[in-house]
Every structure is written in C-alpha cells, then in structure tokens.
Ligand binder design. Structure first.
Ligand SMILES: NC(=O)c1ccc[n+]([C@@H]2O[C@H](COP(=O)([O-])OP(=O)(O)OC[C@H]3O[C@@H](n4cnc5c(N)ncnc54)[C@H](OP(=O)(O)O)[C@@H]3O)[C@@H](O)[C@H]2O)c1
Ligand SMILES: *[C@@H]1O[C@H](CO)[C@@H](O)[C@H](O)[C@H]1NC(C)=O
Length: 275
C-alpha cells in the first residue's frame, strides 16, 4: 500500500496535469514593459513619500516572509505590521521597527483594532488539506481570510492584495480551487478601492517543512525547459516582487487579476534587484 504522502503527491500531480490543460490560465500577461522597468525607481520613490502603512497576514509563511524581507529592503512603507497567531522573532536591524499583532483567528472580531489604520494589506495566509483536514483548510483559506479582509476594510484599508492560486474557480470540483475561487469572489464583494489578486502556479522555494508533492513537482519542473516550467510555477521571490511592483504603481482599475505569466513579467520587471 502506498503511504498517504505518496497518494497526496499523486493527487496533486493529477490536479497539476489538469491545470496544465487549462491553457487560458497561462494566458497573456501584461508583458515586461520597458516603461514599467524604467519607471520603477521613480514609482518607488513617490510611493515612499506617501508614508503608507501596511499589514501582512501570514508573514511566517514562505511567501509572507519573502514579502516582508523584500518590502523592508525597498523601504516602501512607513509602518509595517504583521498580523498572525503567534509572535515571530527576527534577526537583523531591518526588522526592529516591525510591529506585530497577535490575534486569535477564531475570535477575530475581538481583534478589530489590529486591522485599523493600514493603507495597504497583503494576505499570504493559507494551510493545506494535509495539515488541517478539509474543514480546517476551508476555515483558514476562506473563513479567516474573508473575516480579516472585512476587518481590514472596516479599518480603512484602501488596497487589498490576495495571494490566490492558478486555476482558482468557484465552480471547480476540486476543493482547493473552489475555495480559492470563493475567497477571491468574497473579497471582491467588499469593494476595496483597489483589489489585486495574484494567481501563481506552484511556488518554488526551499521550503522549511517537507511537502512531498511539492518536492516531486520541483524535481519534475527542474527537468523541463525553463520556458515550460515557468508556465505553471514561479519562484516565491518573483511573486513578492510582482506584488510590490504592482502596489507602487497607481491603478485606475478597481480589481486586477495577475496570472502566473503576469506575475513572472512584473516580478522580473526590475533587473537591478538582487537575484
Ligand atoms: N505552495 C504552492 O505551491 C502554492 C501555489 C499557489 C498558491 N499558493 C497559496 O499561497 C498561499 C501562501 O502559501 P505559502 O506556501 O507561502 O504558505 P505557508 O508557507 O504554508 O504559510 C502559511 C501561513 O499561513 C499561516 N497559517 C496557517 N494555518 C493557520 C491557522 N490555522 N491560523 C493562523 N494562521 C495560519 C501560517 O502561520 P504559522 O506559521 O503560524 O503556521 C503561515 O504564516 C496559500 O494560500 C496557498 O494556498 C500556494
Ligand atoms: C512623510 O514623512 C516625512 C518625514 O517624516 C515628511 O517630511 C512628509 O511630509 C510626509 N509625507 C506625507 C505625505 O505625509
């Protein structure tokens, strides 16, 4: 009998294979426009001058941690607050002004003040079915995220950024993709002044915990030509740079949807950043 890890790896591989067939997901992005690349330093400078405050949900995760690091390196915000279920410790001078709000996600209404006064919010929260079970997954990836977004909106947040996933679709038969689609739509109903949704493929990073399915993926992608692999995977650092490169630009659209291709293009728009 194959163990649960192998079965979960196989199931994930199947989902991925199906996703691959959905070519529209890898559809045209915005393109790595030269205009954006050239404008970025100025955009960042103008953004800094606005002294904005930001919160991150899920800053202990792979994406959240990379996002925090990158936004501190770029000094984009005057005030950075992490909202999470536990206090995190960081080494390094750069982190010394980072605020932390520890909340109980089961009683978020009691922590409404944690969500007050942030101009921009990034949500990188999430768990897996394997870690939390189907119910736990829905609780975190949908209920916690939606409640947090509600409180952020009530607290004055103008620009909400949601880390979703490739293939998100509220009518999907797959729990994972359905929940991602539901949360995307749920947050949209809150009508933030600006709402940006990121739909990356498999996140490439050196994960601290072991996830056999993702490991299998990385081996698989590693053996493919770069141009193929980049259609359905993306390095975490590219995702967070895309999020920030997007945030520093003003937008007249209320909602933006960045697919895996758009994330690649925008996340790599600035060649001057360290790899
Ligand atoms: N992995 C991929 O290939 C992939 C691809 C596309 C999209 N995504 C999506 O991207 C998002 C982030 O992924 P990631 O790999 O960066 O996540 P990750 O490393 O697993 O981090 C998840 C974050 O969510 C928090 N969290 C998890 N369960 C929680 C709970 N019960 N209560 C409170 N906080 C909880 C974690 O806090 P603690 O540290 O306290 O646990 C952590 O900060 C997820 O929504 C995921 O579905 C992932
Ligand atoms: C931002 O902060 C700087 C320095 O604290 C200040 O000089 C500037 O006027 C502030 N800008 C805005 C838009 O509040």
């Amino acid at each position: 009998m194959p163990g649960p890890a192998v079965l979960s790896a196989a199931a994930t591989a199947l989902v991925a294979a199906l996703l691959l067939l959905r070519r529209e997901d890898a559809g045209p992005g915005r393109g790595p426009s030269m205009a954006v690349t050239e404008a970025l330093p100025k955009l960042r400078e103008d953004f800094r001058m606005q002294n904005k405050s930001v919160f991150i949900l899920g800053a202990s995760g792979e994406t959240g941690r990379a996002l925090l690091k990158e936004m501190l390196e770029q000094s984009l915000f005057s005030k950075v607050t992490l909202i999470g279920r536990r206090k995190l410790t960081f080494g390094g001078e750069a982190y010394k002004n980072v605020n932390q709000e520890v909340v109980d996600f089961e009683k978020l209404d009691d922590y409404a003040s944690a969500f007050q006064g942030h101009d921009v919010g990034f949500c990188c929260l999430g768990t897996t079915r394997k870690k939390a079970g189907a119910e736990g997954f829905v609780r975190v990836d949908r209920d916690y995220v939606l409640k947090s977004a509600e409180l952020a909106k009530a607290g004055g947040c103008k620009h909400f950024n949601l880390l979703s996933a490739i293939g998100a679709d509220k009518s999907s038969n797959f729990l994972y993709l359905r929940v991602k689609g539901e949360i995307e739509a749920g947050v949209e109903e809150l009508k933030f002044d600006r709402y940006s949704v990121f739909r990356p493929g498999v996140l490439l990073c050196d994960r601290q915990e072991s996830r056999p399915a993702e490991w299998l993926f990385r081996k698989f992608f590693g053996s493919l030509p770069e141009s193929w692999a980049s259609g359905y995977s993306v390095p975490v650092v590219t995702v967070v740079r895309a999020m920030l490169n997007n945030a520093v630009q003003s937008s007249d659209k209320k909602m933006e949807l960045l697919d895996n291709k758009a994330i690649h293009d925008l996340g790599k728009a600035d060649g001057s950043l360290k790899p």
